[in-house]
Design a protein around this ligand. Structure first.
Ligand code: GTP
Ligand code: MG
Length: 198
C-alpha cells in the first residue's frame, strides 16, 4: 500500500474527544519505549510525525494520524513504566483501557513486543486481558536490527511457543525494525487487507 498522505489530527485523553467520523483505526500499544511511535513514523515514512524519545514515557495521550484520508493510525501511551508515579500510572492505564474497550472504530490493535526480551509478565497479562475482552490484535516484534536474524527468529519462535501453551490459535505476528525499515510492507499489507474486508 502506498502512503499518499499522513496528517496529525488530534491528541487527547478521552474517547469522546476523538475524531467523530467512522473511519477504521489501527492502534499501537505495548510497554513504554518498545517503539510504538517510531513504528508509526517508519510505516508512514515520516520521521517526525509521532514524537519519539530514548526516555520511556514519551507518549501520554491518544494521538490520531489520518492516513490517505481513509483510516487512522493511533499512537497510545505505553504501559509499565515503573518510574511514573502511581497516580499517573493509573491515569494512563485508564486512558488505554477506555480507548481499547470503548472505541468502536478500533479495528485492529497492534501489540508491540521487544524481540530481545524473554516473555514479560506484564505483556502476557495484557494479552490475556485482550483475549478476555475479545479485542482483535496482532503482535509486532520490534527492534529486530538489534539482534542477528537467527536470534530474532529463535526469540520469536520461543515467544509463540510460550503463547501456544495458553492459546489454541495464535494471533498474526510481524517482525519489524524502525531503524532498518524491516516489516513495513507486511504490516501495511495487513492493514490494507483488513480495510478491504470492511
Ligand atoms: P513511549 O511513547 O514512551 O511509550 O515509547 P514508544 O513505544 O513510543 O517508543 P519510541 O518510538 O519513542 O522509541 C523508544 C526508543 O527506542 C527510541 O530511542 C527509539 O529510537 C528506539 N527505537 C524504536 N524502534 C527502534 C528500532 O526498530 N530499532 C532500534 N535500534 N531502536 C528503536
Ligand atoms: Mg510513544
Amino acid at each position: 500500500m502506498e502512503i499518499k498522505s499522513a496528517e496529525f489530527i488530534i491528541s487527547n485523553t478521552r474517547i469522546d474527544k476523538c475524531p467523530k467520523n467512522n473511519l477504521p483505526e489501527y492502534a499501537f500499544i505495548g510497554r513504554s519505549n518498545v517503539g510504538k511511535s517510531s513504528l508509526i513514523n517508519m510505516l508512514t515514512n515520516r520521521p517526525k510525525l509521532a514524537m519519539t524519545s530514548a526516555t520511556p514515557g514519551k507518549t501520554l495521550l491518544i494521538n490520531h494520524f489520518l492516513i490517505n484520508k481513509e483510516w487512522y493510525l493511533v499512537d497510545l501511551p505505553g504501559y509499565g513504566y515503573a518510574k511514573r508515579g502511581k497516580k499517573q500510572q493509573e491515569k494512563i492505564q485508564q486512558i488505554i483501557e477506555q480507548y481499547i474497550l470503548q472505541r468502536e472504530q478500533l479495528t485492529n490493535l497492534f501489540l508491540l513486543i521487544d524481540c530481545r526480551l524473554e516473555p514479560q509478565r506484564i505483556d502476557l497479562e495484557f494479552i490475556e486481558w485482550l483475549g478476555e475482552n475479545g479485542v482483535p490484535f496482532a503482535i509486532i516484534f520490534t527492534k529486530a536490527d538489534k539482534l542477528s536474524n537467527k536470534k530474532v527468529l529463535e526469540n520469536v519462535n520461543s515467544y509463540l511457543e510460550h503463547l501456544k501453551e495458553q492459546w489454541e490459535e495464535l494471533p498474526p505476528h510481524f517482525i519489524t525494525s524502525s531503524e532498518k525499515k524491516i516489516g513495513r510492507a507486511e504490516v501495511l499489507n495487513y492493514i490494507e487487507s483488513i480495510n478491504r474486508q470492511l
